[in-house]
Design a protein around this ligand. Structure first.
Ligand code: ZN
Ligand code: ZN
Length: 415
C-alpha cells in the first residue's frame, strides 16, 4: 500500500489547514487529545503491517493461483473504472457487515469511537481484522488483476479522507451519487435515526439501492461517537475493548448457543439476562457529554510534542524497515507503541505518565547506540532526547508538578 504512504504528507497538511480554517471561522472541530488518539490509531494500523505479513495477500495468491474467468485488458481507463466500482460494491457489503456482526464490529469500532468529527477522524483506523479480504476475493476469480484491485482499495481509502469534515455542507446533485461530508457525517452519528446508515465508500448509490440511505436532517444535529462510549484515549484499549466485552458476554451467557451467537449478532444484542446482571453504560443522547479529562496546557503541549516525534519515527520505520534487522525493527516498534500508550496516559491526566516517560527516554537513549542509524538520524534523536529531557525536568519541578497534571474528568465539553 505504497500509495497511502505517499499520501501521508497530504493528509497532515489538510488536517492542519482544516484546523486553522476552523480557528479563523470560530468553529474549531479539533481537540488535542482526541486528534492525538485518532492519528496514533492510524499509525498503529499502518505499522501493524510490519508485524504481520499481509495475510490477505498471501491468501489471494494461494486461493486464485492465477486462475480467473475473464481476461480483461490490463491497460486503459475501462479496467480501472470497473475495478473502482467493483471494489466499492464489495466495500459496501464489508462495511455493512462490519456494523452488523460483532466479530467484525470489534475491529471496525475504532473508526467510530471519536466524539469529534474532522479529517483526523478519517485516519482513525483499526489495527485488527483479518477477514475483510474475503469480500474482495470474487473479483480476483472474475479476472480483475490483483495490483489493480489493491490500488483501487487504496484509492477508495484516500477518497474517504476528505468526507470527514464539518466545514462542507451539501454539494448539490452529487449528494445522490457520491459519499459526501454530509451523508458520511450521518454514518458517524449515534442519533437513533442515523445509526447503521450510509455504508458506501465512494458511491452512495449502493445505500440507495439496498435501503440503507439516510439524509442529514437540519433539525437533527449529528452526535458523533458510539452508543457504548470508549471513555479512553488508550489506543490499545481502543483496538480491543469490543473483543473483550464480547468475550465476557460469551463467557457469562448460560446457553452454549448464545456463547457462539454473541459473536455473530449485532452490537446491540446481548444474551438473555446479561443486561440485568452486567449492565453496560450507554451514552445519553439528551444530555450528551464528550469524554474530556482535564489536563494542563503544559501537559497537553508535551504530549503533542511526543506525538509529533513518535508519528515521525513511525513514518520513518515504514521507510527503513526493509533494510533493518528484524530485531532492530521489533525493538523500535515496541518503543513506538509504548510512546503511543504514554501519550494517552498524559492526556488522561494519569500521574504515573511522568515516571514512565523517564523510563521511555532512557530506553530510547540505550536503543540509539544499537540501531543502524545514519549520522543525521542520530543527531535528530539526540536533539529529541535533549528537548524531551529538559521539558520533562521542567514538568517535574515542584512549582509545575501541581499544575502539570490535573485530576481527570473535571472539565466536560458539551457536544
Ligand atoms: Zn463504519
Ligand atoms: Zn468515516
Amino acid at each position: 500500500m505504497k500509495i497511502i504512504l505517499y499520501a501521508i504528507p497530504g493528509f497532515i497538511f489538510l488536517i492542519l489547514a482544516e484546523w486553522f480554517y476552523g480557528l479563523v471561522r470560530g468553529r474549531n472541530t479539533y481537540r488535542v487529545a482526541d486528534t492525538i488518539t485518532s492519528i496514533s490509531l492510524g499509525s498503529i494500523s499502518r505499522l501493524r503491517g510490519l508485524l504481520f505479513l499481509g495475510f490477505g495477500a498471501w491468501f489471494y495468491t494461494r486461493a486464485t493461483n492465477g486462475k480467473h474467468l475473464i481476461d480483461f485488458p490490463v491497460e486503459g481507463l475501462g479496467i480501472w473504472l470497473f475495478a473502482l466500482i467493483a471494489y466499492d460494491f464489495s466495500y459496501y457489503w464489508f462495511h455493512r457487515v462490519s456494523h452488523q456482526v460483532n466479530l467484525f464490529w470489534a475491529a471496525h469500532v475504532v473508526h467510530h469511537q471519536s466524539e469529534d468529527y474532522n479529517l483526523g477522524t478519517a485516519l482513525r483506523q483499526s489495527g485488527s481484522g483479518l477477514f475483510g479480504f474475503i469480500f474482495y476475493l470474487p473479483w480476483l476469480y472474475i479476472g480483475i488483476p490483483a495490483e489493480i484491485l489493491f490500488a483501487s482499495g487504496a484509492l477508495n481509502l484516500i477518497y474517504q479522507f476528505w468526507v470527514h469534515t464539518q466545514h462542507v455542507h451539501r454539494i448539490g446533485v452529487l449528494e445522490y451519487i457520491l459519499v459526501t461530508p454530509s451523508n458520511h457525517r450521518v454514518h458517524h452519528a449515534q442519533n437513533k435515526i442515523y445509526i447503521d446508515r450510509n455504508y458506501g465508500g465512494i458511491l452512495c448509490i449502493w445505500d440507495r439501492i439496498f435501503g440503507s440511505f439516510q439524509d442529514e436532517l437540519a433539525d437533527e444535529p449529528c452526535i458523533y461517537g458510539i452508543r457504548k462510549p470508549l471513555k479512553s484515549y488508550n489506543p490499545f484499549w481502543a483496538n480491543v475493548h469490543v473483543y473483550c466485552s464480547t468475550f465476557l458476554d460469551s463467557w457469562h451467557a448460560v446457553r452454549w448457543q448464545d456463547k457462539l451467537k454473541v459473536w455473530f449478532k449485532g452490537p446491540g444484542w446481548r444474551p438473555p439476562g446479561l443486561e440485568a446482571a452486567y449492565p453496560v453504560e450507554r451514552a445519553s443522547l439528551e444530555h450528551f457529554r464528550k469524554f474530556a479529562p482535564s489536563v494542563s496546557s503544559a501537559v497537553n503541549t508535551y504530549a503533542f510534542f511526543q506525538f509529533i516525534s513518535t508519528t515521525l519515527a513511525g513514518t520513518g520505520m515504514l521507510i527503513v524497515a526493509n533494510t533493518w534487522s528484524s530485531g532492530a525493527v521489533l525493538l523500535s516498534l515496541g518503543l513506538i507503541f509504548f510512546s503511543f500508550y504514554l501519550q494517552s496516559a498524559w492526556t488522561q491526566g494519569q500521574r504515573f505518565a511522568l515516571w514512565l516517560e523517564w523510563l521511555k527516554l532512557g530506553l530510547v537513549f540505550w536503543l540509539s547506540s544499537y540501531l543502524p542509524l545514519s549520522s543525521t538520524m542520530l543527531l535528530t534523536l539526540q536533539i529529541y532526547l535533549a528537548t524531551s529531557g529538559l521539558s520533562l525536568l521542567w514538568l517535574t519541578l515542584p512549582t509545575n508538578a501541581n499544575t502539570a497534571v490535573a485530576e481527570p474528568g473535571s472539565h466536560i465539553d458539551k457536544g
